[in-house]
Design a protein around this ligand. Structure first.
Ligand code: ADE
Ligand code: ZN
Length: 349
């Protein structure tokens, strides 16, 4: 579009909710709402260290990434059977479709489950079946990204890859998540090289709590095609220039950054500055059941706090499509829908 139709400020929250978007940074285990955790605990006879849904929700007061991860892994302990993974993914996809997410690239953490004796097939098949059913029944497109836990060894990541290879056609890429500080990208250089040889897409969490050097190393040593978070790039002008020049997508998660104390205040979130300096930034929800909001809440609260405008909304939606791993043919109708929504909101002004 040559120029973005002007949309008045008071219409911005409705526009942000209505616009089609892709979600590219979403941990499926982070979509387990406390109610579903308790329902699955009962179904699978798993004992939880919390007396009620309310007590669990009250424990969601995080001081940093690790304080969150401890509770997140405890919540995932209720997932045992293929149907549990299906139910979790189905609930997310229904929620995402209501947020006008037209495409989601979804992380899953197999080691969190295989370490407890759950079969890799149960994890992947449950998630995959939910994705295919949602595509047919809800019209939302999705794909899976297998994410290695970086607090575990590279040897464990290799064993996980090996176990997942019979299901190779059911995921499109690999990622790297969990405790960032002290677990730099180079720890996984060999396993990521193998994944690239296998034709898998490669992404990595970097620069969430870790330094800008981890972002550089995720690009140079792992071959990352996208950086998950990446907000610490703001500290390094040369890295910012490189990310802009090479159009490296950053999958930013504002409410996650707020809840994990990566930023003190949404009004001071670096996203507007990253966007202004030409970086290919996107907005995502990370672990929405834990951080108080799904993708539209991330958009609306960020825009409210930072006085961003409709032009920036347009850019973020376009970035989400361009940064996704779909073909140009798949992207084209989403761009048309985006244009139609902006024109409708401009006309109604
Ligand atoms: N696993 C789930 N959410 C994560 C995050 N925000 N950072 C690192 N690992 C994660
Ligand atoms: Zn994440």
């Amino acid at each position: 579009m040559a120029s973005i139709p002007p949309v008045p400020r008071e219409r911005l929250p409705a526009l942000l909710r209505a616009m089609p978007k892709a979600e590219l940074h979403l941990h499926i285990e982070g979509t387990l709402e406390p109610e579903l955790i308790f329902a699955l605990a009962q179904r699978n006879q798993v004992r939880l260290p919390y007396a009620s849904v309310q007590a669990l929700r009250e424990a969601y007061a995080f001081t940093d990434l690790q304080s969150f991860l401890d509770i997140y892994y405890a919540g995932a302990s209720v997932l045992l059977h293929e149907q549990d993974f299906y139910d979790m993914a189905r609930a997310y996809l229904e929620r995402a479709a209501r947020d006008n997410v037209v495409h989601a690239e979804i992380f899953f953490d197999p080691q969190t489950h295989t370490q407890r004796g759950v079969a890799m097939q149960a994890v992947v098949n449950g998630l995959y079946r939910a994705c295919r059913d949602a595509e047919r029944e809800l019209g939302i497109s999705s794909a899976l990204i297998l994410s290695f836990l970086r607090h575990l060894s590279e040897e464990d990541a290799f064993a996980t890859l090996q176990a997942a290879l019979p299901l190779r056609e059911r995921f499109i890429g690999v990622g790297l998540d969990s405790s960032e500080l002290g677990n730099p990208p180079e720890k996984f250089e060999r396993v990521f090289a193998r994944c690239r040889e296998l034709g898998l897409h490669v992404v990595a969490h970097a620069g969430e709590e870790g330094p800008p050097a981890y972002i550089r190393d995720a690009l140079d040593r792992l071959g990352a095609e996208r950086i998950d978070h990446g907000v610490q790039a703001i500290q390094d002008a040369a890295l910012m220039q490189r990310l802009a020049r090479e159009a490296v997508p950053l999958t930013v998660c504002p409410l996650s950054n707020l809840k994990l104390c990566v930023v003190g205040d949404l009004a001071r979130h670096p996203l507007p500055q990253l966007l202004a300096q030409g970086l290919k930034v996107t907005v995502n929800s990370d672990d929405p059941a834990y951080f108080g909001g799904y993708v539209n809440d991330n958009f609306v609260q960020l825009f409210e706090a930072t006085a961003m405008d409709a032009g920036q909304a347009w850019q973020l939606a376009v970035n989400s499509f361009e940064a996704s791993f779909v073909t140009p043919a798949q992207r084209a109708p989403w761009m048309q829908q985006l244009r139609a929504v902006f024109e409708r909101f401009a006309r109604a002004a």
